[in-house]
Design a protein around this ligand. Structure first.
Ligand code: GRF
Length: 301
């Protein structure tokens, strides 16, 4: 049985692990970042307290002026102080990016362009819906299509929309950083898997941590995992006599169909359905939702 201090310690560790993953930093850097936050917090609180006397406010000053001064230091001064403190901890870059995110969110600087790469192996109907949905978007563009099968429909679709394509080969994909370099050279910020049949290797998952999304044609965690793709999924659903199936849109980690689930939608499975009719219904569901869920995930909707 876990004692209270053990429980506290393990939840603290898991919180730190989560932060490390979220920010994609080493444990040393995480420590320096947390120090920056702590020093900034106390410094800002101190300054906000003493600043009222610096500017000559006293007991006779209307309370709202004092409050306004303290709040503006806590809200706006904090942003400047954090940059100064981060410099001393060698974390200026991290915090400058953090500040830029805030400035973008409040519309003070333009949003950074999001460049998507779509990975697909087949027909590419999902890829096409995504391309169409994001066409002329002010911030997001589909900039690259990667495919592992020459002659796949998705390559024609990409050509039709003037999107650059890359045909990938298995040994390089699994055992080198070649395609990570290709993606980085193209300025790709996020990856969308749309009917891509190969497992994403660990180096790529790490390089695009929490920035890869996938769609699976069933209600995960059921009917997922190795070998569960395309018609095999629908056949398994029908064989099991399921009354409903659906789609799952999820982030990609090192394991098949395992990352954080972002969205699910369902369809009824009728006794008259076969893998083809079920696939058709699932496709309609995918086309209706995948582009929108991607936009929500990218926070550009
Ligand atoms: C989709 O059903 C997707 O869920 C699955 O593969 C299919 C791809 O279809 N992973 P398309 O190539 O987008 O038409």
């Amino acid at each position: 049985m876990k004692t209270a201090p053990n429980l506290f310690f393990s939840s603290l560790c898991s919180m730190f692990n989560k932060l490390q993953q979220k920010w994609n930093v080493s444990s040393g850097q995480l420590f320096l970042i947390l120090c920056t936050f702590a020093v900034t917090g106390t410094t800002t609180a101190y300054i906000s307290r003493v600043a009222t006397s610096w500017v000559g406010f006293d007991e006779t000053t209307f309370w709202a002026w004092k409050l306004a001064l303290r709040l503006s230091i806590l809200i706006f001064g904090y942003q400047i102080i954090i940059l100064i403190v981060s410099f001393f901890f060698g974390q200026f870059r991290f915090f400058w990016n953090y500040e830029k995110k805030i400035l973008r969110r409040v519309g003070l600087i333009p949003k950074e362009p999001i460049r998507l790469a779509i990975f697909a192996s087949g027909k590419g109907s999902n890829a096409e819906k995504i391309i169409q949905y994001l066409e002329n978007h002010p911030v997001v563009s589909v900039s690259l299509v990667l495919c592992n099968r020459s002659g796949a429909g998705v390559l024609d679709i990409a050509a039709r929309y003037g999107i650059k394509t890359v045909l990938i080969s298995k040994p390089q994909f699994d055992n080198s950083n070649e395609y990570i370099q290709v993606l980085k050279n193209e300025g790709i910020t996020h990856i969308v898997l749309a009917g891509f049949l190969w497992k994403i290797p660990e180096n790529l998952v790490k390089a695009y941590n929490n920035k890869i999304v996938n769609i699976h044609p069933a209600l995960l965690p059921a009917y997922g995992g190795k070998g569960m793709y395309g018609e095999k999924v629908h056949q398994a659903v029908i064989n099991a006599g399921e009354k409903k199936s659906g789609i799952t849109i999820h982030l990609v980690d090192e394991h098949y169909d395992n990352g954080k689930r972002l969205f699910q939608a369902t369809v009824e499975v009728l006794s008259t359905d076969n893998p083809d009719t079920l696939a058709e219904k699932i496709h309609a569901l995918e086309h209706a939702h995948y582009p929108k869920v991607i936009a929500e995930w990218l926070k550009v909707k």
